[in-house]
Design a protein around this ligand. Structure first.
Ligand SMILES: C[S@@+](CC[C@H](N)C(=O)[O-])C[C@H]1O[C@@H](n2cnc3c(N)ncnc32)[C@H](O)[C@@H]1O
Length: 242
């Protein structure tokens, strides 16, 4: 029998024998099994996103928006200890999030006290230019809201969008050539680039999720200076017809 990484069934202590290695992933998976609260696919999604993000973006406080159990926030700190802290923001933080966090802290005591959960709307949390805003499967236009939070604060950002909705998100007239989800994600990438971001478009394995497009963006120091310069402001005023 194959072990399907896309399964929504919960990982439990029955699955411990599947993760017996010494790798960080196996240790993470064992902690998740012991917490007995997370669907299998969320383990693989969070890990694959975290690995790719950390190849591009180091350090920074992590803001895991619409973060659910917050496994992505924990994985990002594990992969880069120069990130001091993380905040997981969700309208409804699952009660089992605390159990998961505790299991991870038992495995890695260095995580203790560094990941906080905040119940509330992702629009309400303050974001700074030094933050790394991440969001895994923020449904529909929620991914656009995450990008807005990052762009307005000049923060680094990584999103793995899902549940595309062409009434709530912008498909940019591209649906004659591209599927609606692809068109929406292309427009998201262009939006980030248009805001002065350097972007990376990647995928995580489709065997984990068909909603596997990962968009990463960083507003480079240079781009940030250009954005704030009087010349750029003149240009943007002219472009906006102001
Ligand atoms: C599909 S789940 C993704 C959870 C987690 N990121 C993951 O990958 O497993 C979407 C999450 O968004 C949260 N959510 C929905 N609207 C929100 C909002 N306006 N602000 C913050 N969180 C929100 C939901 O409570 C839910 O936990």
């Amino acid at each position: 029998m194959t072990f399907d990484p896309a399964s929504r069934s919960k990982l439990t202590t029955h699955d411990l024998g599947r993760f017996t290695g010494d790798t960080m992933f196996d240790r993470l998976a064992r902690a998740v099994c012991e917490a007995e609260c997370l669907p299998r696919k969320e383990l693989y999604e969070a890990w694959e996103v975290a690995r790719r993000v950390r190849r591009r973006i180091r350090g920074r406080r992590v803001l895991d928006l619409a973060g659910g159990h917050g496994l992505l926030a924990h994985a990002l700190l594990l992969l880069d200890d120069t990130s001091p802290t993380a905040v997981v923001v969700d309208r409804l933080v699952p009660p089992s999030a605390a159990i998961l966090s505790e299991r991870l802290e038992v495995t890695w005591p260095r995580l203790r006290g560094r990941v906080a959960y905040q119940a509330g709307d992702l629009g309400a949390v303050p974001v700074t230019p030094d933050d790394l805003v991440v969001s895994c499967h923020a449904c529909g236009a929620l991914s656009d809201a995450v990008l807005t939070r990052a762009i307005e604060s000049h923060a680094a950002v990584a999103v793995l969008p899902c549940c595309h909705d062409d009434e709530a998100s912008v498909a940019g007239g591209l649906t004659g050539w591209l599927t609606t989800p692809m068109a929406i994600d292309v427009m998201r990438a262009m939006r980030l680039q248009g805001a002065g971001y350097t972007i990376w478009t990647q995928t995580i394995p489709a065997a984990i999720t068909p909603q596997n497009r990962l968009l990463i963006g960083v507003l480079e120091e240079m781009a940030r200076r250009i954005w704030r310069s009087p010349r750029r402001q003149l240009f943007s005023h002219a472009r906006d017809g102001r």
